[in-house]
Design a protein around this ligand. Structure first.
Ligand code: KG4
Ligand code: ZN
Length: 338
């Protein structure tokens, strides 16, 4: 098969990202312009995010091409994330990718953002092939997806309320730790005692593969309300370590139970929460007990980035699954093949 290069765009939330990747999953450039402007609001402001994508995208495209030493004439296809995400943000990436594809006559490939997170693992493990189980954990999603082949999958478990990343973000907010909460809690927890508070692990039955994290948020809220203010101040690291342990416990137990049930030995962890050091540690430890193997993306490809969108587009290029110019963005949640 001819080696190809893909120019990829990711604008689903608050990071504008442009990357150049080839069909051996070698990343030439992966520029990410994060938007600190949202921090003051304690979360992403959709209107602001779209405006900043529009401001950033042209400049980032030029730099991504320059850094990769790839003229546009050596690009074989353009990939873009079209769902899920903030609709106004997605529309900037989709409109830009469509215009470029039309003007330089290159095929356009539409990618589901969550599938992109799964394919982030291919960048360090190009040989990775189904069957495998994917634990997809991000700010908006918590899903257990069984990949039977590269074209067939089954979503077996999902969250019934908050996503894992959302739980980290909300708990950090309750304790005024900043946004996004996941990386902050991860760091602070390293010096905390995970057994300080015994927070709930809901839906703990062996054959239930759905998750629920909103009860944990309520439990932390109640704990803060009922405890002495000084105790809270002095024990923030212990409280977040305990909350992190509850999230990591739920994710790990259900994942391992499902692997046992399905007889699967390969696990892929994907999405922003896959950066969590405690989750990495615990999954590595537990998967050894079932003689399995787990894959996590390199840290730089855990959070939203365009390289993963390009990685997910490679198989679609060879299958000639190209999008038409009436391609539209949509916000509907979940991992899917487009
Ligand atoms: O995949 P992502 O970059 O964006 C979405 O598609 O949502 O995930 C962002 C989420 C945020 O909720 C953030 O707090 C969480 O991933 N996150 C982490 C860590 N790094 C990012 N959660 C726990 N530990 C981390 N180290
Ligand atoms: Zn994401």
């Amino acid at each position: 098969m001819k080696k190809i290069k893909i120019l990829a765009f990711e604008t689903s939330c608050d990071d504008t990202s442009v990357a150049v990747i080839d069909s051996n999953y070698h990343v030439y450039s992966n520029l990410i312009s994060s938007q600190p402007n949202h921090n003051a609001f304690g979360g992403v402001v959709p209107e602001l995010a779209s405006r900043l994508h529009l401001k950033n995208i042209m400049k980032l495209t030029k730099i991504a091409l320059l850094q990769s030493q790839t003229p546009l004439s050596e690009i074989d296809a353009i990939a873009v994330s079209v769902n899920p995400g903030l609709i106004g943000s997605l529309l900037i990436g989709v409109s830009f990718a469509k215009s470029l594809s039309y003007s330089v006559n290159l095929p356009l490939i539409a990618i589901n953002h969550m599938l992109g997170h799964v394919y982030a693992n291919k960048i360090s493990h190009p040989e990775l092939q189904p069957p495998y189980l994917a634990l997809v954990v991000s700010g908006g999603h918590t899903e257990l997806v069984k990949f039977i082949s590269n074209r067939e999958y089954e979503v077996i478990g999902r969250t019934r309320d908050d996503a894992a990343g959302e739980a980290f973000d909300k708990i950090a907010k309750l304790l005024n730790l900043g946004y996004p909460g996941g990386p902050i809690i991860d760091k602070i927890s390293k010096s905390g005692n995970p057994k300080f508070v015994n927070f709930p692990r809901p839906m703990n039955q062996k054959d239930n593969f759905d998750f629920s994290f909103s009860g944990l948020k309520t439990a932390v809220t109640n704990y803060i309300k009922n405890e002495d203010k000084n105790i809270i101040e002095e024990n923030k690291h212990n409280i977040v370590a305990s909350a992190q342990e509850a999230i990591v416990d739920s994710l790990t137990k259900k994942t391992i139970n499902l692997m046992k049930k399905e007889g699967l030995k390969k696990l892929i962890v994907a999405g922003g929460v896959s950066a969590n050091s405690r989750l990495r540690e615990k999954i590595h430890k537990e998967i050894k007990k079932i003689n399995g193997i787990s894959y996590f993306p390199e840290l730089q490809y855990c959070m939203d980035n365009a390289a993963m969108i390009g990685a997910a587009a490679i198989e679609k290029y060879y299958d000639k699954q190209f999008a038409e110019l009436d391609l539209n963005a949509f916000s509907k949640k979940g991992l899917r093949f487009l």
